[in-house]
Design a protein around this ligand. Sequence first.
Ligand code: LMR
Length: 328
Amino acid sequence: LLKAACVAAVALVPSVAAAACDEGEVVIKFSHVTNTDKHPKGVAASLLEQRVNDEMNGKACMEVFGNSTLYNDDKVLEAMLQGDVQLAAPSLSKFETFTKKFRIFDLPFMFKDINAVDAFQASDTGQAMKDSMQKRGLQGLAFWHNGMKQMSASKPLISPTDANGLKFRVQPSDVLVAQMEAIGGSPQKMAFSEVYGALQQGVVDGQENTWSNIFGKKFFEVQDGITETNHGVIDYLVVASVDWLDSLDADVRDQFMTILSEVSTARNGESFATNQKARADILAAGGVIRELTPEQRQAWVDAMKPVWAKFEGDIGAEAIEAAQKFNE
Ligand code: LMR
């Protein structure tokens, strides 16, 4: 039966080079939405796949489905609870229906860089967040980094008032909705796989994302330019269902968790460089990047930061204070 499921999945997505699963192996399907190469998540997922298939051969078999070929992020967590997929790594902005704790990661200008995000996640407050959805059947296993977000639109964005009246695609997060409203934009929640088409056709005028996503999905081709704001973060939680984890033999679970932890440390250490490479690739491909002076950037801080007060109740003032310490 396991083998049949594995073969069926491969047939569904023929372009994905999936490992052949042997009978009796635990099948681990990992669904994600980004590029599989030149991308922090894509590369980490491929490395995890390779190591599981090499080192756990006979016990487990992993198949990665990137580029939204299996599920969009709005469907993957439900599919996981149904047992149709075992692993996913949605961005922290995509857990709203399961927990409001992750809203801290969406607050604009909360973290000064990815190192501050890393340190906060490693703290007791951050680590406790991995357990915050157990009652809803999900267990966080590891944080994976992407990087800091930039703003892009169909016209130059220098002052936040330039965003007035523009429609922006956002991930499904009420904090991000409030952030875009704070600069006079009109936010629209939309799946990642639909963003390029929506920008191209003018369904939305702009979006916010990391260099690796802007390069990987070619958003720069259908935007006037990208403004280097570093105003927020896109990071991921590798997640599995509590039921699936409980169903694993302890030795299989331990070996898998060790490999996951090693892959996470190794690839998180490369995420900044991967994004900087994507930034350079955008320029090399003719994309326009605009830098802000400290004064110009401060105007974005002033416009967006009032959003914090609106969500302090959900997130907790202590968590915000704890996070701010890592910016020092
Ligand atoms: C997005 O929807 O823009 C991102 O969460 C995509 C991703 O997984 O990086």
